[in-house]
Design a protein around this ligand. Structure first.
Ligand code: PMP
Length: 360
């Protein structure tokens, strides 16, 4: 069987043992003569799977008791709507730190639901970075500060959680469960599953319980956090397949040392690439300020397009695939989510070093 090292930004690589296990269980789940995908989501089998996912999602992040765990559809994108729709009342405003493409989208959606403003905006087209605490300008009526903990496209992250006087809300899509979360600062954290947590189709949301009662009345059922919390995320038919696989990934995460081990691994994997970049005499250029470099998405450029095409072709021939940067920014991007083994990062680092030597 030929498996490549897949550096895709999402959907992204999954542990092969999980794919194999899923394949085995797919046709006949738990001796029922049918797959889990064909059973009622109200049945015993699915309920057990669902319950385990909620419990593991709680355990892995040491979630305080006054938080709920939700499994929702609509990806992180629906959270761009649900967050302001539930948290912003008449007289409260949402502050957004506009660090890159995803934060921009979150702010644009929030503006449909209330008073939302940019508490900081990245100066363009300067070096990419996240704001320092003292650069954030928060209005007195601010309900929350929304941050994008890791900007998947630009390849930057917050090295530390902002220390501000309002609760944080974080889009953690691209570094969820790869770094510890300091819950005392948060009211809510969310992310789509398709990077660190499983296949696409489900979003994981952690929400502080006191937030649930604050939603305005004029909101449809699906858009209310409280509805999902009341029903343990079984208000309507859940994304059965995605939740099932997320459970396998969460178990894998636990068995591989949990979030702390993932954070250390991410540091090591990304350092392997940043070291090559820094030692390349400018052959590779990383646009992120070193303090804010992402541990999940390593973004870099080669001196020109022709060299970049050659590099990508050589990488693909060496079974290192999906290294092209996002179409909006170009360049290269290596995504190193939890399921990417160290060997993948090392093989890429070796190719980068060798390529620079030959072409530089
Ligand atoms: N936020 C971030 C940081 C992302 O990387 C992505 C997806 N790449 C999204 C939001 C959107 O997520 P989804 O496709 O699950 O709606």
């Amino acid at each position: 069987m030929a498996r490549v090292y897949n550096f895709s930004a999402g959907p992204s690589t999954l542990p092969v043992e999980i794919l194999e296990e899923t394949q085995k269980e797919l046709v006949d789940f738990d001796g029922q003569g049918m797959s889990l995908l064909e059973m009622s989501h109200r049945g015993k089998q699915y309920e057990a799977v669902h319950g385990e996912v909620l419990a593991l999602a709680r355990e892995l992040v040491d979630l305080p008791d006054d938080f709920d765990v939700l499994l929702l559809q609509g990806g992180a994108t629906l959270q761009f709507t649900m967050v302001p729709a539930n948290l912003l009342g008449e007289r409260r405003a949402g502050a957004y730190a506009v660090t890159g493409s995803w934060a921009k989208k979150a702010l644009a959606d929030a503006r449909h639901y209330g008073d939302a403003y940019a508490a900081w905006e990245a100066p363009e087209p300067a070096v990419l970075r996240t704001p320092r605490d003292e650069e954030l300008s928060l209005r007195p009526d601010t309900r929350y500060l929304h941050i994008t903990s890791n900007e998947t496209i630009e390849g930057i992250r917050y090295p530390d959680w902002p220390d501000v006087d309002v609760p944080l809300v974080a889009d953690m899509s691209s570094d969820f469960l790869s770094r510890p979360i300091e819950w005392s600062r948060f009211d809510l954290a969310y992310g789509g599953a398709q990077k660190n947590l499983g296949p696409a189709g489900v979003a994981l949301v952690y929400v502080r319980r006191r937030v649930l009662a604050q939603a305005p009345n004029a909101l449809g059922a699906y858009l209310r956090y409280a509805v999902h919390a009341d029903k343990d995320s079984l208000y309507n038919t859940p994304a059965v397949f995605a939740v099932w696989m997320m459970g396998k990934v969460l178990r894998w995460l636990r068995d591989h040392g949990g979030v702390r081990a993932m954070a250390e691994a991410a540091q090591r994997k990304s350092a392997a690439l940043y070291t090559v970049i820094d030692e390349s005499d400018g052959f590779y250029d990383c646009p992120a300020e070193p303090r804010c470099r992402s541990h999940m998405n390593v973004v870099f450029r080669l001196p020109d397009d022709e060299l970049q095409e050659r590099f990508l072709a050589e990488a693909a021939a060496a079974e290192l695939v999906n290294l092209k940067g996002h179409r909006s920014v170009g360049g290269c991007r290596a995504s190193l989510y939890n399921a990417m083994p160290q060997e993948g990062a090392d093989r890429l680092a070796e190719l980068m070093r060798d390529f620079a030597k030959r072409a530089g």
